[in-house]
Design a protein around this ligand. Structure first.
Ligand SMILES: *Cc1c(COP(=O)(O)O)cnc(C)c1O
Length: 411
């Protein structure tokens, strides 16, 4: 018999979302009337339609594909030059940040890239994640065999967890010990926290001092409203020597189902070979992409490019305003209900403290049974999330207003 990858058996069987689904299904089948008024604020998926600029660009690209002279077969694995240039120009160089077109690698998703990046990193690294954490960072390291088994609380042996709590405003402090790889996500999923320039500078200085690589997930950068908060890790001097940045069109352009994202690997970023020499990572990622990936479809890349047109930018900004308007309504309702709240100002997630003595799952059940609203229990994102819950602002305005009324009626 062939051997399987035993590391998969260490995974805590996708605990969070299946357990939510199980409880929601059980409640709905026992309470068919309540099921009809159920509002889901659990999952981090967008709800509003794809911008018109994107749809028009994609229609045009479909037509090009129907004509022999403009038909495209395999494209460049790293992404078409038109999109790499639009990204580097609009997201970086227009803001005074040095990023070359060929440091941009277009992909089918940031979730995918966050996992795939482990292909080019070694097996002996000390890895640190924030707690609470986006589960992909942890699970991909488990699959790659970089951890031991999980304990009762779901923490894996061998991973360093950087606690995020009220004391540090849910932004991990730079640790005293060194790590080889640190995953940072700002604006944060699940807590909605953002890191200030000073905090990111401390992380870059830590990384340069310790030869650490920062894996910087900026999937929610478009939600930053405060002009003082950096959108990119490369706004911090020295980051080109220590950071990889992940960005996605999922949450700004509504591409969660259309699929397009990108990863920035600066040519000046180096890591160590087994024999102790330093070597750039850019050629390794290029090799990884050309070998294991065949690029995002031409049609989708034309759609993504349209997000950078004048119409596209204004439609993205309207989408962000819609979700952030939702976030403001939810924040206000939760505060009026006298619950302590974080996030929802520079991020589409509201992070709420449960009433004292209530666990995350007890709060989940209460919201499900009494308000018929699905939220996400904070403990599902790590033990530091216990005693909190996440409300997503990805919804219609009408649903969010109804959720706000129900939260106020809960008392
Ligand atoms: C939604 C999300 C992404 C985007 O993933 P895609 O695969 O590009 O859709 C990345 N990171 C975090 C933390 C997210 O919540």
């Amino acid at each position: 018999m062939a051997f399987l990858n035993d590391n998969y058996l260490k995974l805590r069987a996708g605990y969070l979302f299946p357990e939510i689904a199980r409880r929601v299904t059980a409640f709905c089948s026992a309470n068919p009337d309540a099921a009809k008024r159920m509002i889901r604020c659990g999952i981090g998926d967008v709800t509003e339609p794809l911008p018109e600029a994107v749809r028009n660009a994609m229609h045009k690209a479909v037509d090009e594909m129907g004509v022999r002279d403009s038909f495209r077969g395999y494209g460049p694995e790293q992404g078409y030059e038109f999109l790499r240039n639009a990204i580097a120009q609009n997201d970086y160089r227009a803001h005074g940040i040095e990023v070359a077109d060929d440091e941009i690698f277009v992909s089918d998703g940031s979730k995918c890239d966050c996992g795939n990046i482990l292909d080019i990193l070694g097996d002996k690294n000390v890895i640190a994640v924030m707690d609470p954490v986006y589960p992909v960072y942890v699970d991909t390291n488990v699959m790659a065999g970089h951890t031991g088994p999980a304990n009762e609380a779901g923490a894996y042996a061998g991973l360093k967890y950087l606690p995020c709590n009220e004391a540090n405003d849910f932004v991990a402090d730079v640790p005293s010990e060194r790590a080889d790889i640190v995953y940072l996500c700002f604006p944060n999923n699940p807590t909605g926290s953002v890191a200030t320039r000073a905090q990111l500078t401390a992380w870059v200085e830590y990384a340069l001092k310790n030869d650490t690589i920062l894996l910087y997930d900026a999937a929610y950068e478009a939600y930053i409203h405060d002009p003082e908060i950096p959108h990119s890790i490369y706004e911090i001097p020295g980051a080109r020597e220590c950071a990889i940045e992940f960005r996605s069109f999922s949450k700004n352009g509504g591409f969660t189902g259309t699929r397009c994202a990108f990863t920035v690997v600066p040519k000046s970023l180096k890591a160590c070979t087994a024999s102790g020499e330093s070597h750039p990572l850019h050629p390794l990622w290029n090799r990884r992409m050309t070998t294991k990936f065949n690029g995002v479809s031409y049609i989708v890349q034309r759609g993504a490019e349209a997000l950078y047109s004048a119409e596209g930018k204004s439609e993205v900004s309207a989408l962000i305003s819609h979700y952030m308007g939702n976030a403001a309504i939810l924040r206000q309702a939760v505060s009026q209900a006298e619950l302590k709240v974080w996030g929802g100002v520079n991020a589409p997630y509201i992070w709420v403290k449960t009433p004292s003595g209530t666990s995350s799952w007890e709060m989940f059940d209460r919201m499900l049974h009494e308000a018929n609203v699905v939220i996400t229990p904070g403990s599902g994102f790590g033990s530091a999330g216990e005693g909190y819950f996440r409300i997503s602002a990805f919804n219609s305005r009408a649903n969010v207003e109804e959720v706000a009324r129900r939260i106020l009626a809960l008392r």
